[in-house]
Write a protein that binds this ligand. Sequence first.
Ligand code: SAM
Length: 322
Amino acid sequence: MSYLDATNDLYKEAALTPDVGLCCTTNPIWELPGLKIPRIMQEMNYGCGSTVNARDLTNNPKMLYVGVGGGMELLQFSYFNRQKGGVIGVDVVDEMLEASRKNFIEAEAQNDWFKSDFVDLKKGDALNLPVDDNSIDVAAQNCLFNIFKAEDLKKAIDEMYRVLKPHGRLVMSDPTCEQPMNDTLRNDDRLRALCLSGSLPIAEYVKALTDAGFGTIEIRARKPYRILDPKNYPTDELIYIESIEVAAIKDPMPEDGPCIFTGKAAIYFGSEDYFDDKKGHILLKNQPIAICDKTAGALADLGRDDIFISESTYHYDGGGCC
Ligand SMILES: C[S@@+](CC[C@H](N)C(=O)[O-])C[C@H]1O[C@@H](n2cnc3c(N)ncnc32)[C@H](O)[C@@H]1O
């Protein structure tokens, strides 16, 4: 049995018997006017962060959500769209599709603005999406891609890239880990399916996205997620796992490489009103400007003593240099 079969089996079980502890999300449940998340959806929240961000959801975007779980985030996306078929939900596990279908009926009973047919549920695989090329404005996945081994991860990201329109965005939440993991952990299909032993360091995760062609990357959040300890897991050392929220935007790849925002800012505090680097960046005196890591490097290389460059906060929320 491959690790993908083991994953399907695990999520079949998680669909038939909701498991509150399956993923430990640190996210509070969304509270928005008129939005009620049924308890069953909360119990089936198998994500590790949020992929729903109002900033992505202007102008009625056509949305795709891969790996539906209990349907909570699809309901949240629908809140911003409210159109028949506005969100396509894809999952490879029949039982999960069926469970989410029931949950949407419950959501309809609790939310007078919501109709089940706002969500178009489709059976399909993240590695071969049943979705047309260039047809989606916002694609999302939460806590699925970390399960995939390198070759499958590449396929899954390429698929998302394929279905997105130019400038469309892929929003994701996944566990990441900066420590090496031993092969026993890496090859444990169940731990991998549980989103515990497949995670990559952030730089590798981001590289997988830029290798697919995404020209802009935003790291929006980085949070503590789980500990693998030697008493409970096959490891000699304590392993710390974090979760990140990331957007990968299908902008053309700049000639000098991708723009990766990790929450850095530059502040010019010199004697002029502003500093112009003659490469399109104007730094107004004493005003922080969000910069991508590439611009941060270029500004640092100038060696000036009147420009401060902050460390990455891993909390980027828009605007800035590129
Ligand atoms: C960890 S759960 C996350 C569920 C949901 N995104 C959430 O945040 O609650 C992974 C989801 O991906 C689905 N899944 C697993 N393998 C898949 C694949 N190859 N293609 C599409 N969906 C898959 C599972 O059935 C499950 O719904």
